[in-house]
Design a protein around this ligand. Sequence first.
Ligand SMILES: Nc1nc2c(ncn2[C@@H]2O[C@H](COP(=O)(O)OP(=O)(O)OP(=O)(O)O)[C@@H](O)[C@H]2O)c(=O)[nH]1
Ligand SMILES: [Mg+2]
Ligand SMILES: [Zn+2]
Length: 379
Amino acid sequence: MSRLLDNLGWGAEQREAFRRLARDDWYPARICRETKINYGVMAEQRGVHEAVLAGKLWHEACTDAELPTVGDWVAIEPGDDRRIPVIRALLPRRNRFSRKIPGKSCAEQVIAANVDTVLVLTDALADFNPKRLERYLTLIRKSGAQPVVLVNKSDITPLQQVREVCRCISSLASPHEVEVHAVCALTLDGLPQCMIQLPAGHTVLVVGSSGVGKSTLVNSLLGEGKRETGGVNEVTGKGRHTTVARELVLLPGGGVLIDNPGMREVQMWTDAATLRAQFDDLAQLAMQCRYSDCSHRQDAGCAVRAALAAGKLSPERYEHFLRLDREIAELESRAEKRRMTLERVMRRTRRAVLRNRDDREDQSRDLAPHRKDISYPIE
Ligand SMILES: Nc1nc2c(ncn2[C@@H]2O[C@H](COP(=O)(O)OP(=O)(O)OP(=O)(O)O)[C@@H](O)[C@H]2O)c(=O)[nH]1
Ligand SMILES: [Mg+2]
Ligand SMILES: [Zn+2]
């Protein structure tokens, strides 16, 4: 296939899925932006352009997580003078990085699809929060992408502080190794060469709180002042340019970066299996507890607490182990509630649709010789 598609990460799986659609006039594209009404896509012939989602895809998606998002590969039907191109199919995802939608709902929000590496940016100053970082790492593990943590703004942070934070992050991630680098996003100091020159087709998602330097890093890697960052506007001397939408950009060397607005909430979108994997050393230990249903709190003969007392387990990690478990139990109970509500809504909708159809059939028998097809809201 083409050079551009290769650089964007077009692989054998996507090629095969696209071929199976067997529509000569359709072309493949990767989603680079998403607005409320339509999408920005990158494609071979047309470069970056707009496309709308076919109403059929919109209707067939049971949840928002099934709708195309930044990083997805799609098949597009070319438009003509009057119509903009239409996204006709979503190609299967290799993976996706998700979080729980902020607020009470327990629905999944897909942040980006088809991601190789997730870069979590933090600093060793006010932003550093080990609990939040642990959530990020759990979510990344669930996505199957490779996590890398960057401790940014090393140029304005005392060296000792940077070292301590790096050490703390490495201990959080155990038993799974995580790469940690102290960097300066302005100059790319400290960033490993393999990240400065990303392999063609490699997709990196950049996440972290607002103001931590995500867009600055993307800019420095792009090598041009293309994206807006939170600095003071040089002309007006005021105002912050904080990123408001996710965006996928292609680097000159062929790698792909996805910049992201700062996340205020990183809520768990995960399950018990992922939690267990994250803490499998503690799970092993828990098998030695006297009681099989040990809560690892006050129970007698608890091996986890014994390790804690012996200094073999850090108090932070022990706390995280207990808290994450509780959080997932809540998530699952909310998921169950939501499932029941959805079922109720669907039963009601189905009844309304059937009633409507009966009414329309009655009317069309009586009156109209021709009936228009029902049109979709987006197209
Ligand atoms: N000294 C120093 N300042 C930095 C560094 N990285 C980013 N900054 C500054 O931090 C501020 C915020 O940077 P942005 O790149 O806009 O942060 P962001 O993470 O994209 O923020 P949102 O778009 O709001 O999520 C800007 O004033 C940057 O110049 C760094 O390594 N060193
Ligand atoms: Mg930004
Ligand atoms: Zn125990």
